[in-house]
Design a protein. Structure first.
Length: 113
């Protein structure tokens, strides 16, 4: 069994788990600003019993090479599941993001650049 068998990609319940990725030009850094949020319209809970523990961002090159760009460890409470990172422009064809919920497992989304 591989990790792919455990990845979820579609929200079904009222809580949202799929990480949403957005990208914008970064004038000050010359690259791209990446924003990942879990539950854009309905934020995911942040309690010790039910919270997003990690958000990770990966870049996929045109040659299908995957680079880990950032991994964020979030706290149990009062933590909004929203992270930001700056990346090199024109290096990646696609971004992947994962979020891990301590109650509902591992979730994934992607964005073509």
């Amino acid at each position: 069994m591989g990790i792919n068998e455990y990845l979820k990609t579609a929200d079904a319940g009222k809580e949202k788990h799929v990480p949403e990725i957005s990208v914008a030009e970064c004038n000050s850094c010359g690259g791209l600003r990446v924003r990942v949020i879990v539950g854009k319209e309905v934020l995911h809970p942040s309690t010790p019993e039910h919270s997003i523990k990690t958000i990770a961002i990966y870049g996929v090159t045109n040659e299908a090479k995957i680079d880990q760009l950032a991994v964020f460890q979030l706290g149990d409470e009062n933590t909004k599941p929203l992270v930001r990172a700056s990346i090199v422009k024109d290096k990646y064809a696609k971004l992947l993001a994962t979020s891990y919920c301590n109650l509902h497992g591992l979730w994934e989304n992607s964005l073509e650049l």
